[in-house]
Design a protein around this ligand. Structure first.
Ligand SMILES: [Zn+2]
Length: 283
């Protein structure tokens, strides 16, 4: 599932090519890819003829500001929000990609430069919705801080964790606590910081909170530098793979040797997701 580094990689790939392009035609292949109770027809009407502003990301969402007039400095008419969930992927080119993993047409946006933005989604758990700026600002306040921004200070992180009794691993997956971290990078950050994923979040001391904050930032930045992690479905734009999977220390390595202590990496289930950790190195 794409997490912050994967979604940010896609944003960086798209932002220049999409900026100021007009959407000339929209084709929606499946109603269930349009979220938020909007009909396919209403979605098409509200998107067609609009110009795309600067592509943004918040947490695991991609945001395309849409303008009805050619003034990209004014507030947008609305935002088109995309969640890729498990298997959403984009291609931007003249003709539909003819690769094996891009065979599930979802939504297509024909642009005024002759390119088409193709959205493909085999499991169709992701999708698009349209939000007013006010509605988005309201939703946005419910998300935790962006971990790579200066807002994610040790002080802020400590205040978030202090009242929580949930395990720290579950807490990191909760987008209301910290935005953009998912299962892979939560496991990796806890290993790097030497913190047991089962620890109640509120029991971490200041030194541990600092170590964990630094580890989250380090791991996300390193993954971003490698265009993310491709284990199964994730692809960056136009089918490119990430390469951070080669750098994973514990995720997916149950039964393997810990690279720090030569003990055994263990796997457990927390909040319905697999956690990977070394019981010798994480306390
Ligand atoms: Zn170890």
């Amino acid at each position: 599932m794409p997490e912050l580094p994967e979604v940010e990689t896609i944003r960086r790939d798209l932002k220049t090519s999409l900026f100021s392009r007009e959407i000339c035609r929209v084709r929606v292949y499946h109603d269930d890819l349009i979220l938020g109770g909007i009909s396919r027809r209403a979605f098409q009407m509200k998107v067609r003829g609009r110009q795309i502003g600067k592509t943004e990301r918040r947490a695991k969402f991609l945001l395309f500001p849409l303008y009805s007039e050619a003034n990209l400095n004014a507030p947008p008419e609305r935002l088109m929000r995309v969640q890729l969930r498990m298997t959403g992927q984009f291609a931007l080119q003249k003709t539909r990609p003819n690769t094996e993993d891009f065979q599930h047409p979802g939504v297509e946006f024909l642009l005024d430069d002759g390119n088409t933005l193709y959205y493909d989604d085999i499991r169709r758990l992701g999708g698009f919705d349209l939000l007013s700026l006010e509605a988005w600002c309201q939703l946005e306040t419910q998300l935790g801080p962006e971990p790579l921004s200066s807002a994610f200070s040790v002080k802020v992180f400590a205040e978030i964790l202090a009242p929580l009794r949930a395990p720290i691993k579950n807490t990191l997956l909760n987008q209301r606590r910290v935005a953009g971290v998912g299962n892979i990078y939560a496991s990796e950050a806890l290993y790097k910081a030497g913190i047991d994923p089962h620890r109640p979040a509120g029991t971490l001391d200041e030194g541990e909170i600092r170590r964990l904050r630094d580890a989250i930032r380090f791991i996300l930045s390193a993954a971003l530098n490698k265009s993310g992690t491709t284990i199964r479905n994730y692809r960056a734009l136009n089918g490119h793979s990430g390469s951070f999977q080669n750098d994973l220390q514990v995720y997916g390595r149950a039964g393997g040797m810990c690279r720090r202590c030569s003990g055994t990496v263990e796997q457990t289930t927390q909040a319905g997701r697999s956690s990977f950790f070394c019981p010798n190195c994480q306390h």
